[in-house]
Design a protein around this ligand. Structure first.
Ligand code: NAD
Length: 457
């Protein structure tokens, strides 16, 4: 089948590469000329495990092309995917300017029947707006061409995007006629062989399903963070509580990890946008507002612990920071807790020595001339000359460090762990002071008297 995909970001590139992998002929269109030039040179502008191999293989086979030429894109595909960003507007609602710009591009260049497939995360009612935009352009051109608009939200997770797309849990198809449902079913047939994963529904319900899924996941995280903060004050250990409640199959173990707050390009903006849509329709979404509020506070927790440890005086302190991306296996730093932490540390007069396995280029791009930031080539290099270590992303390589070495290298022998990676007893055994999330007294876990503490010297 022939597909055109507008927007060559995380969703567009993964969709394009996976669709091409199944033998379809895909043209990816983007307005970012630099991005398209890089893709045409064989460079992949984002880090997503396995994506480069898929792109290389399918581009070489001639099934995957990249262009800025809108006419070529609209002429090519029976399916016209919209995979552009829907960033938050100033008031928190989803900004549809990119989605509607693509709708206009399609309406201005379309000469025969097209199915417009909305993969971007968009508020309920957007398909109607896309339809109206295309129709207006066709009317202006006096071109009576038929088209359909379908909602097909994407559920891939950055870091596991290829496997999520190739083996989806579900394929949501929101349509207003059986013809497009059948065409979408045919398109997704190769991803649907093991058992039927297609769930078809009306367009508005499909649009809301995506927000509902992200809001539910964000709620689970904020719930656990709220509990972690309560546990700290009560002298309980949230990790025991987590295991205790996860054993209930109605709750389950997934997505109940306390931490430094959720970030990324989806949860924060989608929770906000859903609350805003609700407010616009006359409903005050108290739970969603609380989920966001708890998360915003949680993103400051690691800093609060650092500040409390140093009695409010961070001037001249150097903090090694492990992890910059908003989660492991991606280089995406949109709304990452690392950014909140670094900003607060700089404001307090501290220096940061940062390391991330994949997000160094992105950090350089976001903070080109940031004083107080030293980018390091390895986790160990970040520790050199640092007083303390903070961890905000649970990359695998941070899970089992040499604690004796940490105790030796960190001037104040203290770790602030925003992801609960270690067993407190183990860390304390090496004479390190250990602050985690929701594990013990509010100010952190007091070390046992094994080993020497540098602060005691
Ligand atoms: N990133 C994720 O994990 C994820 C998962 C599911 C859904 N989504 C949703 O998918 C959408 C895209 O997200 P993303 O992370 O891929 O965004 P992104 O910012 O990585 O990529 C968007 C791309 O669209 C391009 N673009 C903007 N206007 C354009 C236009 N008029 N024509 C062609 N290209 C244009 C941009 O240049 C950019 O390359 C969003 O609505 C997001 O909420 C994202």
């Amino acid at each position: 089948m022939r597909l055109s995909i507008f927007g060559s970001g995380y969703v567009g590139l993964v969709t394009g590469a996976c669709m091409a992998e199944m033998g379809n002929h895909v043209v990816c269109i983007d307005i970012d000329e630099d991005k398209i030039a890089r893709l045409n040179k064989g460079e992949v502008p984002i880090y997503e495990p396995g994506l480069d191999a898929y792109i290389e293989r399918n581009a070489e086979a001639g099934r995957l092309e990249f262009t800025t030429d809108v006419q070529k894109g609209v002429d090519h595909g029976l399916f016209q995917f919209i995979s552009v960003g829907t960033p938050p507007d100033e008031d928190g609602s989803a900004d549809l300017k990119h989605v509607l710009a693509v709708a206009r591009s399609i309406g201005e260049h379309m000469n025969e029947y097209r199915i417009v497939v909305d993969k971007s995360t968009v508020p309920v009612g957007t398909a109607d707006k896309v339809k109206a935009e295309i129709q207006t352009c066709l009317d202006k051109r006096n071109k009576p061409v038929e088209f359909d608009v379908v909602s097909n939200p994407e559920f891939l997770k950055e870091g596991a995007a290829i496997s999520d797309f190739m083996k989806p849990d579900r394929i949501i198809v929101g349509t207003d006629n059986p013809r497009t449902t059948e065409l979408l079913r045919t398109l997704y047939e190769p991803f649907n062989r093991n058992h039927d994963r297609i769930i078809s529904m009306d367009i508005r319900s499909a649009e809301l399903t995506k927000y509902a899924a992200n809001a539910m996941l964000a709620t689970k995280i904020s719930f656990m963070n709220e509990l972690a903060n309560i546990a700290e004050r009560m002298g309980a250990d949230i990790e025991h509580v987590r295991i205790g409640i996860g054993s209930d199959p109605r709750i389950g173990y997934q997505f109940i990890y306390p931490g430094a707050g959720y970030g990324g390009s989806c949860f924060p903006k989608d929770v906000r946008a859903l609350a805003k849509s609700a407010a616009n329709s006359g409903y005050s979404a108290a739970l969603l507002d609380a989920v966001e509020d708890v998360n915003n506070r949680q993103k400051h927790r690691v800093f609060d612990k650092i500040k409390a440890h140093y009695n409010g005086n961070l001037k001249g302190k150097t903090i090694a920071l492990w992890g910059l991306s908003f989660k492991p296996r991606t280089d995406d730093m949109r709304e990452a807790p690392s950014r909140t932490l670094m900003g607060a540390l700089w404001d307090a007069g501290a220096q940061v020595r940062a390391y991330d396995p994949e997000a160094m280029d992105e950090t350089r791009r976001l903070y080109p001339d940031q004083s107080g930031l030293t980018l390091c080539n390895s986790a160990n290099e970040a520790l050199v000359g640092a007083d303390a270590l903070a961890i905000v992303t649970e990359w695998q390589e941070f899970r089992s460090p040499d604690f004796a070495d940490l105790q030796e290298t960190l001037a104040d022998a203290v770790i602030f762990d925003g992801r609960n990676l270690y067993e407190p007893e183990m860390v304390e055994h090496f004479g390190l002071r250990y602050y985690a999330i929701g594990r013990g007294a509010e100010t952190g876990v007091e070390p046992q008297n094994f080993g020497r503490r540098k602060t005691d010297r």
